[in-house]
Write a protein that binds this ligand. Structure first.
Ligand code: ADP
Ligand code: ASP
Ligand code: MG
Length: 459
């Protein structure tokens, strides 16, 4: 029988802390205090300490010399040992971290002999493994009964390394079997981002995936609340790093926030809101540095539904245009193109078509562990049609409400875009967004111009 649904059903908050929130001991202490201040905080999901996953990504690549390997591991060790140094009586913990580092070294050596995506994921998992050990100890240091829990016991996935897909049924049953009963007297600290195949191999869910892991756990536990603690005081009208005119949003609907995340607002991993929406769990986003400043509530219904809510930006986009006279008045051509993409597990973001050509955008981020558009895919498409590939583009999405039914949206947006070369536009498929593609060099300027136009008017 489910321990959680018996009587504690509504009492649990799942809290996720991102990389900067667990970057050093002081940051971890602030997060531990947040947990201590609210008794409903029973499950903590942590990312790797800031910078560690990037170092691991490099370590997992094919062309790393032995000297570089050692340097990377040394850098990772320094980040974790700086935290350890501030924790009292940490000898046992230090040995656990050292054991993880020697396991990591063995994987890195194996990887340099015979590179594989499976070992790459094993390597990437060490950041979260170490930060979760350290965070549980920091909780204990302030009198909270924190214990590390190996998420691989519950986060079972397929073997699509780098972007593994979680088995939701197993997650639900394993959560009840192995995790739920612990919550009566412990605060559980577990790892975001990582999972495990049925035959025991470590997987990862894609960069930034800790948000998604935490949302899935909140869903599996039927949590009352889900809190994402990060380095900004909530969701803003656009990335506050792009313009200081960006303003924090008090509340936003699931639908709008999901569109923001899909179109690149780094604050939320794109899949984060799917589990929260399935169980209608309200999501809070706030700053672990300034929790007193409040944050953004993402929920099913909100009072205001402004036409313009926010602007998202996703860099490193590739535009592929396929062209074939065979498309003229023909059917089945698009199916063949998409069969190639499906075979390589590539997903298309924007798409526009004309009589004999189709233009599609793909996400191609550096440091990604996901399937990317590569020369094999292009060669296979070339068997079907003429293919042109343009890199160095950025996707910008204006997110809001009833965008497709509001007069004057186009005028406002195109006014703001004067002087900008717009490469592609998509509107109409969703009531929540209008998207377009610009050159990366003009991306930030475009967001600033749009923000000035759309949000100054809204005051
Ligand atoms: P974490 O490590 O906590 O997961 P991330 O770096 O992944 O944090 O996400 C937080 C960052 O997201 C912020 O520092 C901010 O620069 C960026 N960001 C992008 N779009 C937005 C937005 N609309 N509102 C707030 N932050 C945003
Ligand atoms: N540590 C992983 C990353 O940097 C996952 C996360 O932080 O969400 O991508
Ligand atoms: Mg993140």
């Amino acid at each position: 029988m489910s321990v959680i649904s018996k009587n504690d059903d509504n009492l649990i908050t799942v809290s996720k802390f991102g990389g900067t929130s667990v970057a050093d001991h002081q940051a971890m202490l602030r997060c531990a205090q947040i947990i201590k201040n609210d008794e409903s905080n029973r499950v903590v999901v942590v990312s790797a300490s800031s910078g560690v996953t990037n170092l691991l990504v490099r370590l997992s690549q094919a062309n790393v010399s032995e000297a570089e390997q050692q340097q990377l591991i040394e850098n990772i060790k320094n980040i974790q040992f700086n935290i350890l140094a501030e924790i009292d009586n940490s000898k046992v913990l230090e040995n656990k971290v050292l054991a993880l580092l020697s396991e990591l070294t063995a994987y890195a050596q194996a990887q340099s002999l015979n590179h594989s995506p499976r070992i790459a994921d094993a390597i990437l998992s060490f950041g979260e493994q170490m930060s979760s050990l350290l965070f549980a100890q920091v909780l204990q240091s302030i009198g909270v009964n924190g214990h590390t829990f190996d998420v691989k016991q519950i986060m079972k996935t397929n073997d699509l390394y780098g972007q593994a897909v979680v088995d939701l049924e197993k997650l639900a049953s394993c959560t009840q079997a192995y995790l739920a009963e612990k919550l009566t007297d412990q605060v559980i600290v577990t790892q975001g981002f990582i999972g495990q195949t049925a035959d025991g191999h470590t997987t990862t869910l894609g960069r930034g995936g800790s948000d998604y892991s935490a949302a899935l756990i909140a869903e599996a536990l039927n949590a009352k609340n889900f809190a994402i603690w990060t380095d900004v005081v909530g969701i803003f009208t656009t990335d506050p790093r792009i313009t200081d005119q960006a303003r924090a949003i008090k509340e936003i609907s699931f639908g709008e926030a999901a569109e923001m995340a899909t179109f690149g607002a780094k604050i939320l991993h794109p899949a984060t809101l799917i589990p929260a929406m399935r169980k209608n769990i309200p999501v809070f986003v706030g700053s672990s540095k300034e929790p007193e400043k409040g944050g953004t509530f993402i929920q099913q219904t909100v009072e205001s539904k402004p036409t313009y809510r926010s602007i998202s930006l996703r860099k490193e986009q590739t535009l592929v245009t396929v062209k074939s006279p065979a498309m003229l008045h023909a059917s089945g051509f698009l199916a063949k193109v998409f069969a190639v993409l499906a075979k390589h597990e590539l997903s298309v973001d924007l798409i526009t078509t004309s009589e004999i050509s189709v233009a599609m955008t793909f996400d191609n981020p550096t440091g990604s562990t996901q399937a990317l558009l590569n020369s094999t895919v292009v060669e296979e498409l070339e068997q079907l049609c003429e293919v042109s590939v343009e890199n160095g583009l950025s996707l910008i999405a204006v997110v809001g409400n009833s965008i497709h039914r509001t007069n004057g949206v186009g005028t406002n947006i195109f006014d703001a875009l004067s002087g900008i070369n717009v490469r592609m536009i998509c509107q109409g498929a969703s009531e929540h967004n209008l998207c377009f593609l610009v050159n990366e060099a003009q991306a930030n300027e475009t967001v600033e111009k749009l923000h000035n136009k759309l949000f100054a008017q809204n005051d």
